[in-house]
Write a protein that binds this ligand. Structure first.
Ligand code: FRU
Length: 469
């Protein structure tokens, strides 16, 4: 099926690839008023099999709703011939500097961990997001510190007190994950500042790092691979989360416990940026590498999506995430829903706010919300459960999170994607699901939430997605 045909799993208000495969958000920034959202992209090829070189795709717009697809900014050439991998942006003198990993895989009998692979850190500049300068290799495999394997990638760059910093994710040769911090005065010449890891290895590889401050709290965000699953934690194949850190970046720092960004089935490789209004915004990849479940949209020529942009805040040491307020511009047809009633979404895209009354926090307070036939979200005995064991889950079964109480929920339901936010964004769950939508694409949501106040809206598609409706 061509992606231009009517496809009721295509999303209304999430960014998805126009065709082909999408993974990590890259190069997030706002420059001269325009927002730029780049992403890992394999056009025409859903589910790349490792031979398909990834490049970047690009959306841009004056706000986070009116974005346009700008195509592919650059393609693999020499120093990135097997993939323009993930990276980030800084805005400097009105110019956008993009840093990314150029992936090279040599042909031969290699394990591609300790040998056979090169990772170049590359800089490419653009003033307008339309014309791009020459790619410049800043450093490469021979320049990384001793004891790194060939897995070093995903530069995130930022400025603090007049100094530029870069952090890269790495797998060390003792199979522990680590981060390499560099500093620079001119964005071209970089010097290693320090290597950061945990006292006890926490996974074998740390991908897609980020470092920022929100509400006065500094955090290191990263995606560790190889962390053992626990009950209620680390249930996905790879993790995405953060360590709150104290102390100065240039001196000794201590870490507080790691916390996952998201407890759903499909969330990975988030990146943040600060916009021109000083908001710290996070966008994640709604998807997962090497996942054990199915994404049947691949048969329709596309796979994965980005989460909505999330505004970050800080509450009691937890970084909260809520959809950026401008998403409400897409709301239409407001309805008050009976707490034991039903909501019918006319084309399976909605935004629901649930407020639980206070007495529920003291009693057992159980409640349940069912979406279509196959998704059940419930709260019982202080455990929040997302069950997707029906056909719509396509191999996704159950995720559980402990929560002392649930005060509120915001449910973003979008055709084949779900984002649930609880307690002002302290707990988030993102997943794909594939409901059997009929010709008319109606979806029923059933509530068993006695005493709760529920308001629901249908959601209009993002202008860039209108063509698919
Ligand atoms: C994370 C990741 C990155 C890499 C990119 C390649 O999903 O593996 O580490 O740069 O994807 O597409």
């Amino acid at each position: 099926m061509m992606s231009s045909e009517k496809d009721n799993w295509r999303l209304a208000y999430h960014l998805m690839p126009p065709d082909g495969w999408l993974n990590d958000p890259n190069g997030l920034c706002q420059a001269n008023g325009m927002y730029h959202i780049y992403f890992q992209y394999a056009p025409n090829t859903p589910a790349p099999d490792g031979r398909m070189a990834r490049t970047w795709g690009h959306y841009a717009g004056p706000d986070l709703v009116h974005l346009q697809f700008e195509g592919v900014p650059f393609w693999p050439e020499t120093a990135d011939r097997d993939g323009c991998y993930s990276g980030s942006a800084v805005v400097h003198d009105g110019e956008i500097d993009l840093f990314y990993t150029g992936n090279i895989k040599h042909t031969g009998d290699y394990d591609y961990i300790r040998d056979g692979r090169e990772s170049n850190t590359i800089l490419v500049k653009t003033r307008d997001g339309k014309k791009y300068g020459e790619k410049k290799v800043l450093f490469g495999t021979k320049d990384y510190p001793e004891h790194c394997t060939r897995h070093v990638r995903d530069p995130k760059v930022w400025q603090e007190d007049g100094v530029w910093y870069m952090v890269l994710g790495a797998r060390m040769d003792d199979d522990s994950g680590a981060l390499l911090f560099y500093e620079s005065g001119n964005l071209i010449d970089w010097k290693l500042l320090k290597i950061v890891s945990t006292a006890k290895p926490f996974g074998y590889m740390w991908e897609c790092p980020d470092y920022f401050t929100v509400g006065g709290q500094s955090v290191i965000s990263l995606c560790p691979q190889g962390v053992e699953s626990e009950e209620f934690r680390y249930e996905n194949l790879y993790q995405a989360g953060y360590f709150p850190v104290s102390g100065d970046l240039r001196g000794a720092q201590s870490f507080k416990p790691f916390r996952e960004w998201d407890f759903g089935f499909d969330f990975y490789a988030p990146q943040t940026f600060e916009d021109e209004n000083g908001r710290r915004i996070l966008i994640g990849w709604s998807g997962m590498p090497d996942h054990p479940y199915e994404n049947p949209t691949a048969e329709r020529g596309w796979e994965n999506a980005l989460t909505v942009p999330r505004l970050l805040g800080l509450r009691g040491g937890v970084v909260t995430q809520m959809p950026v307020p401008e998403l409400k511009e897409l709301r239409t047809k407001e309805q008050l829903i009976n707490p034991e009633g039903k909501l019918l979404l006319s084309y399976a895209a909605g935004d629901v706010e649930v407020r639980f009354p206070e007495y529920r926090f003291i009693e057992t307070g159980s409640w349940k919300i069912e979406i279509g036939d196959g998704v059940c979200l419930s709260y019982f005995n202080q455990i929040l459960t997302l069950n997707m064991s029906g056909k719509a889950g396509r191999g996704r079964v159950e995720r559980r999170v402990r929560a002392e109480k649930i005060t509120d929920a915001r449910l973003l339901i979008d055709r084949s994607m779900l984002e649930f936010y609880f307690n002002g964004g302290e707990i988030v769950m993102t997943s794909h699901y594939f409901p059997e939508l009929k010709e008319d694409s109606q979806l029923e949501v059933r509530f068993d939430c006695s005493g709760a106040e529920i308001t629901a809206w249908e959601m209009k598609p993002l202008p860039v997605n209108e063509q698919y409706f």
